[in-house]
Design a binder for this molecule. Structure first.
Ligand code: FNR
Length: 185
């Protein structure tokens, strides 16, 4: 299955990006093709541009349409999702009637320094995904607390979190497979 990963942080050393990359090396990831969306290349959303969407917007929509599953891995900013992520969600939802998100299975994860960090961001994101008609993995919720052993020097998920995140990914893939229509790769 093609799996599109959307990271809600543009920071070079992003914990969320590091964990998202490590997740692609888990056992449940084997045999699947992962791609990371470049949401930092998107312009600020402007409805005037709907009739002629910019190349990075068209590339994002094509990547979503190609994917069987979208993984959102995002920090929480001020108790909600980062603006860059909302910008990407808005872009690919338009023009009206041509949303790339509709029906696309999704799963949500977030990494923060605190124990319940990203809980509110994830809840806000789930609201948006429901409106966009994306079947989203409900359980397990993935509130991941950063520590220096979370990602190993080899870029794999550390021992304490590997089994949990492997189970989360396996359930997300199972959800997507259960939603796949005839002919879906
Ligand atoms: C934060 N951070 C944060 N953390 C949190 O748990 N809840 C929050 O509401 C916020 N708010 C917030 C706002 C802004 C503007 C910034 C820059 C940061 C801290 C955040 O979790 C931390 O910076 C993470 O390291 C960001 O994720 P990446 O960039 O490491 O993936």
């Amino acid at each position: 299955m093609d799996i599109l990963v959307i990271v809600g942080s543009l920071r070079a050393g992003s914990y969320n990006r590091q964990v998202a990359q490590a997740v692609t090396r888990l056992p449940a990831a084997q045999g699947h093709a992962f791609a990371f969306a470049d949401i930092g290349a998107l312009p600020l959303y402007n409805q005037d541009d709907d009739a002629d969407q910019a190349p990075p917007v068209r590339a994002l929509k094509a990547a979503i349409r190609k994917a069987g599953l979208v993984l959102f891995v995002t920090p929480e900013y001020n108790r909600s999702i980062p603006g860059v992520l909302k910008n990407a969600l808005d872009h690919a939802s338009r023009p009206y009637g041509d949303s790339a998100w509709a029906g696309k299975p999704a799963a949500v994860m977030g990494v923060a320094g605190g124990k319940i960090g990203t809980a509110l961001a994830q809840q806000h994101l789930r609201n948006i995904l429901a409106y966009l008609d994306m079947p989203t993995l409900n359980q397990p919720e993935a509130f991941v607390q950063w520590n220096d052993d979370l990602v190993t020097s080899e870029g794999t998920v550390g021992a304490d979190s590997a089994a949990f995140l492997d189970g989360w990914l396996a359930k997300a893939i199972a959800l997507a497979e259960s939603r796949a229509g005839p002919g879906t790769a």
